[in-house]
Design a binder for this molecule. Structure first.
Ligand SMILES: O=C(O)COP(=O)(O)O
Ligand SMILES: [Mg+2]
Length: 233
């Protein structure tokens, strides 16, 4: 019997150039246990991916700000402080860095995402000045200005509870600091080889392969009842 999965999307189910890896479509539709997509992306993205995989939308979006399980959506953080911080950032000359792409933040309900090439020093200064109710998480794909009161790991605990599964049964795969809480909640945590230092340090196993090559190695080994290849920590 395969274990339930908690899977990050960007950097984990994708290729190095950011495309969804085609093996996602081969390995996940028939996975015979729960598959939770746990992402920093806005809610519609993992819902759409789960739908195209033919699976229930069991998702954690916005780094835990939005959780959907058993046809019920929970919005778990207030966007007021992150949005005020972004106003201050823009007032001080900051730029979100998405050019004309409004889709990045259009459906975001609890946080605001800022492009990785934005003025990080200014962003962190404005976030620090706003106090303890707001933080910034760097996924390598974006800076997320969010409430410190939510994270993917708490989202996974909530999902596991709704599904009646012990969170420790989950196998997690991820690549960045927004996956650390998932790694702490799941029973076994794999960091892909491209993972950042925070995710690498929090993982039980650091995989030899990067991006979906690493994730596919985990899924194939688990299906075969074998131990996934990697450095155990
Ligand atoms: O939205 C991001 O910045 C990263 O998304 P991820 O959590 O699926 O890697
Ligand atoms: Mg990621």
């Amino acid at each position: 019997m395969v274990p339930p999965l908690a899977l990050d999307i960007d950097g984990t189910l994708t290729t190095a150039d950011g495309r969804l890896d085609s093996r996602v479509l081969e390995l996940l539709p028939d996975w015979e246990a729960h598959v939770v997509l746990a992402t920093g992306k806005a809610f519609p993205y993992p819902v759409a991916l789960a739908g195209f995989l033919g699976r229930d939308a069991t998702v954690i979006a916005e780094n835990g700000g939005v959780v959907h399980v058993d046809d019920e959506t929970s919005v778990l953080a207030d966007p007021a402080v992150p949005r005020a911080v972004i106003e201050a950032f823009l007032d001080r000359g900051g730029d979100l860095g998405w050019d004309d792409d409004e889709t990045v933040n259009r459906w975001r309900e609890t946080e605001v995402a800022v492009a990785s090439d934005a003025d990080e020093a200014l962003l962190r200064e404005v976030v620090a000045a706003a106090g303890d109710d707001v933080t910034v998480v760097d996924t390598g794909y974006a800076f997320h200005v969010k409430s410190p009161g939510v994270n993917k790991g708490d989202g996974l605990a909530r999902v596991a509870d709704a599904l009646g599964v012990d969170p420790a049964e989950f196998v997690a795969v991820g690549d960045s600091e927004n996956d650390v809480s998932t790694f702490e909640t799941a029973g076994t945590a794999y960091a892909v080889a491209n993972a950042d230092p925070a995710a690498t340090a929090a993982a039980d196993v650091v995989l030899e392969a990067a991006y979906m090559d690493g994730t596919a190695a985990v899924l194939e080994a688990l299906s075969a009842g074998e131990t996934p290849p990697g450095r155990r920590r």
